[in-house]
Design a protein around this ligand. Structure first.
Ligand code: DNO
Length: 347
């Protein structure tokens, strides 16, 4: 297992120097942020990112994300060209030593929350999701807090996209995903890169938009779309765990060898389709973090792990979910869990 930490580039208030000081940290997870989704990343930007990491004693082996353009997810006439660009990015990243690329296939919205600064009893604030609040809001009037939201959408652009997706049900989205994978996975194989799809967060459809990377059955179906070692999963416990029907330890064990990247975080279920993010330890929330790590190790997982969203604690301000302090606490907790599980297994 390699412990990693997400870094948002030079604008990230969390510096590489600080990331490096987190015990057992091996590398960063990052992306080139100076190009629009769908475009080819310049070799120079990729190289600069790598140099920054390496000169701070960190590896750069994981990219999160190379975004998949809406045209690809919609499977429209622009898709082939954009898929070709995507393949070129995989080649370039492979050449630069990247081993794993995380991406998602969620239509329009990435991760969604109803609250960004939910006050917790210990004075921390955290991201929270309440389905009734989300559904009572109209994405077209943008009352919603959308942390994973691409702010560049205009209202017209969004209306247009939502109407295009209204023609597309889940089955068509599966088809478009298959077309994408059939093109990119052979390129990833050749480039020595493992593709790791991120589950939908939350793992159910919203605003009439289909979401398909949601649970055990669908992950199984996904892996069979193109059955190659380069076609794998990002196991995001907070995303999949939002649905209590997802048995995470069971899934971690079952898919262990095809999981290349793990986002570990805990959430507390606060009602039907409602949850808030909490500190990483099992005791803080509804997910069995030890059980998940044990199953990953037993299931043959040997990839990258990062602590996921942290709460804002100790007065820190910054990028929602991505401050330093709580994620660093999460990282050392994860390192501790791993040591305990591996030693226990070798007894
Ligand atoms: C949220 C993240 C997601 C993730 C993308 C991967 O914090 O886990 O935004 O990066 O869905 O493409």
């Amino acid at each position: 297992m390699k412990l990693t930490f997400r870094w948002y580039g030079d604008n990230d208030p969390v510096t590489l120097h600080r990331i490096r000081q987190i015990p057992t940290m091996s590398g960063i997870v990052s992306a080139v942020y100076d190009v629009a989704p769908g475009e080819i990343w310049s070799e120079q930007s990729i190289a600069e990112l790598k140099t920054k990491a390496v000169s701070n004693g960190l590896e750069f082996e994981v990219v999160e994300s190379v975004p998949v353009s809406e045209d690809i997810k919609l499977g429209n006439e622009n898709a082939p060209k954009l898929i070709e660009n995507y393949c070129e990015n995989i080649r370039r990243l492979g050449m630069a030593g990247v081993k794993c690329i995380c991406y998602n296939f969620m239509p329009v919205f990435d991760w969604l929350r109803s609250e960004l600064e939910h006050q917790q009893t210990d004075g921390a604030n955290a991201l929270a999701y309440d389905e009734s609040t989300v559904l009572s809001m109209n994405p077209l009037t943008s009352e919603l807090s959308l942390p994973g939201w691409d702010a560049s959408y205009t209202k017209e652009g969004l209306r247009d996209l939502l109407s295009q997706y209204s023609q597309i049900g889940e089955e068509q989205l599966w088809e478009n995903l298959k077309t994408f994978l059939q093109a990119v996975i052979p390129v990833a194989e050749e480039a020595g890169v493992r593709m790791a799809i991120h589950p939908d967060d939350p793992p159910w459809g919203l605003f009439g938009l289909p979401r398909i990377i949601t649970g055990e059955k669908n992950l199984e179906r996904f892996l069979k779309l193109v059955d190659s070692p380069s076609n794998g999963l990002t196991f995001c416990t907070g995303s999949l765990g939002a649905n209590p029907e997802n048995d995470l330890p069971k899934m971690a064990k079952k898919f262990g060898e095809r999981i290349y990247f793990v986002h570990l975080r805990n959430i507390k279920h606060t009602g039907e389709r409602s949850f808030e993010e909490v500190g990483h330890p099992t005791k803080c929330g509804s997910l069995d973090m030890y059980g998940i790590v044990k199953s990953l190790v037993d299931g043959g997982f040997d990839g990258y792990v990062r602590p996921d969203h942290g709460r804002m604690i100790w007065g820190e301000t910054g990028r929602y979910g991505y401050g330093l302090f709580d994620r660093a606490l999460g990282a050392t907790y994860i390192a501790g869990l791993w040591e305990a599980v591996e030693r226990g297994n070798n007894k």
